[in-house]
Write a protein that binds this ligand. Structure first.
Ligand SMILES: [Zn+2]
Ligand SMILES: [Zn+2]
Ligand SMILES: [Zn+2]
Length: 390
């Protein structure tokens, strides 16, 4: 993720989540094209926001922004009034919401804000990639939507069940992604994390995992040829899911799981392996973009090979990680070096490793498949060899 700058004196840094410039006090937001966080000025005459005095394009804050501060979205009124003869009240990210939590329960509001922040970050990375990204209003058949709801009581950290409420499962079903609001509660989430023996469980991780299932349908399952190729990398996705699930919860992951899978959960079924691998690809490119943005300095063995400046983490400055021109092997080599720095920084702060995972050759091969699928270059994948899946 990049940082951004305000236009005021000294050009102070703005973050992806910023809704105010603390230096000049002006409103800060994210436009409908979802690429720049920037300053907006209130035009007293119209009551709308403008990027520059006298600009033609008028904006208003997304309803969820204006009422709850739940996002920093700005709605481009000019586009929507012209296109649909009605005023759109929600921003790009909020238009993906099908169900939001029951806001009459005030304790839900801060948790919902965390959901929205994680969702926006996940969408930002997707928006920079050449993959379809449409909500269900734009594409009722294939579009994407989110349900944020819960079957548990927020007052006891989601332990007790709410009466008259269907069970809520975090998951994906034909473009509908459901995330249980309990995952936004730190106590509830870390208790599940410990109960499942996981080393990493985050809201952003949930979004990226479930989006992985959605994009399996969008990019792979739609083509028999791609699906057949995918089976060579991830295994047979038509295996009985319920049987695999029961087996996983009864027997756990095989003891040598880390040789071939990014996580224990990925061993459960080829679908889950794909979704876990997809999520890691997203984590990697988002985090590398962040590192590149800050020109992070550091030094680990072997990374100065192409760089005279000892002490600089070698990040390819010419291309960014969203581009197909950046080879996946280079992205992953840089990532492995960078993750050492990332984990070491965390240890210095007495925190757990930020990236407690190992990228074996097998996992790298699967990440390469995801990279080529995203960039629609599966025909350029090198021939698989036994060494690739070692
Ligand atoms: Zn400012
Ligand atoms: Zn919004
Ligand atoms: Zn899954």
């Amino acid at each position: 993720m990049k940082t951004f700058q305000c236009r005021c004196k000294g050009q102070p840094t703005l973050f992806f989540e910023s809704n105010l410039c603390t230096a000049c006090n002006c409103t800060v937001g994210l436009d409908d094209d979802f690429s720049e966080v920037e300053a907006y000025y209130l035009d007293e005459a119209s009551g709308h926001y403008l990027k520059n005095a006298g600009a033609d394009i008028h904006y208003q804050k997304c309803d969820n922004n204006a009422q709850y501060n739940a996002c920093n979205g700005m709605v481009n009124l000019t586009t929507f009034v012209a296109a649909a003869d009605k005023t759109e009240v929600l921003c790009f990210a909020c238009r993906f919401n099908e169900t939001i939590p029951d806001l009459t329960v005030v304790e839900h509001i801060p948790l919902w804000k965390k959901m929205e922040a994680a969702k926006r970050r996940a969408l930002y990375t997707l928006n920079a990639l050449p993959v379809p990204l449409k909500n269900i209003t734009q594409d009722p058949e294939q579009g994407l939507s989110f349900d944020f709801t819960t079957d548990r009581n927020v007052k006891d950290h989601f332990i007790s069940k709410l009466n008259h409420q269907d069970t809520v499962f975090t998951g994906h079903d034909c473009g509908h992604i459901t995330i249980n609001l309990a995952e936004a509660d730190d106590v509830a989430r870390s208790s599940t994390k410990h109960a499942m023996g996981e080393r990493y469980r985050t809201l952003l991780g949930h979004f990226r995992h479930e989006l992985g299932h959605y994009y399996f349908d969008q990019l792979i399952a739609c083509s028999p040829k791609k699906q057949a190729l995918c089976k060579q990398y991830f295994g047979d996705d038509e295996l009985d899911y319920q049987e695999a699930l029961d087996k996983h919860y009864k027997e756990g992951a095989p003891s040598n799981w880390h040789e071939h899978y990014i996580s224990e959960y990925a061993t459960m079924h080829p679908y889950e392996d794909w979704a876990e691998t997809w999520a890691h690809y997203m984590h990697i490119i988002d985090t590398l973009e962040t590192a590149q943005n800050f020109s992070i300095a550091g030094s680990t063995s072997g990374i100065q090979a192409d760089n005279e400046e000892v002490g600089e983490l070698y990040l390819p400055q010419d291309k960014h990680y969203f581009s197909v021109q950046t080879p996946i092997s280079r992205i992953l080599d840089t990532w492995v070096d960078f993750s050492v720095i990332l984990n070491s920084l965390n240890r210095s702060m007495g925190l757990e490793d930020a990236y407690p995972f190992v990228l074996t050759q097998s996992v790298r091969t699967k990440l390469s498949f995801v990279h080529h699928a995203i960039h629609n270059k599966l025909d350029q994948l090198p021939e698989l060899t036994a060494a690739d899946l070692k």
